[in-house]
Design a protein around this ligand. Sequence first.
Ligand code: SF4
Length: 250
Amino acid sequence: MTGKKRIFLGVLSVLIILLIAGVLLLLFILKNKSSEIYDLLMGSLILLFSIVAIFLIFCIIGFIYLVYSKSNNRTLNKILLTLIDASYPVLQILGGFLGIDREKFQQSFTNINNFLVNSRHEKYLPEELLILTPHCLQFNECKFKVTNDIDNCRRCGKCQVSDLIKLEEKYGVKVAVATGGTLARKVVKDIKPKAIIAIACERDLTSGILDVKKIPVYGIINTRPNGPCFNTKVNINEIEKAIINFTNGG
Ligand code: SF4
């Protein structure tokens, strides 16, 4: 298990410990102070904490099972993805209290999501696959509007939009450039892909993965050598590897 995955699973473990501690504390209070309304309130809280803790323990055990057995149990996979998505907001807050860097936490989440998406071993036709990239990948002085149609790119090579077009032509996948979350959602709605390879910064990628519930999203974090949202870059080899993975070799 890579270090990045461990960050998310570590925070998840801390949450389980806190929930178990909460249950024990409530049991202690219940034992020492008793009245009908008090019993009912405490009993409900104990039940709630216990159920959440059991689900999260199941999540960790299930994840470790998938990592080491290399199984492609789709039901387990979907349950884990749902549990991880549902627990993300609480875990992010807890991670903040524990002093974990937000970007590192989001990288860890993306890593776990990608592992689960990959371990499904589901294959798609190239045309069912969408590569979705943010507008900041385009050279900032380029005059051609690639957000409407990526084929408006003149392939001058000043930015990696031209590399994405090469991948589009080589594998027959769809490529779209979106200026923000709203447009990205519209593109997904219009194209109706069966799987998405999304390129973005940690924050946008995380919210995109959490947003798209029914389609598997493989996230690739961009690099920002010129600062955020400006002439960003992406590892093209990583995208190509993801395409090959999704399409059974293209
Ligand atoms: S590669 Fe395409 S999008 Fe990038 S600067 Fe050149 S023409 Fe513009």
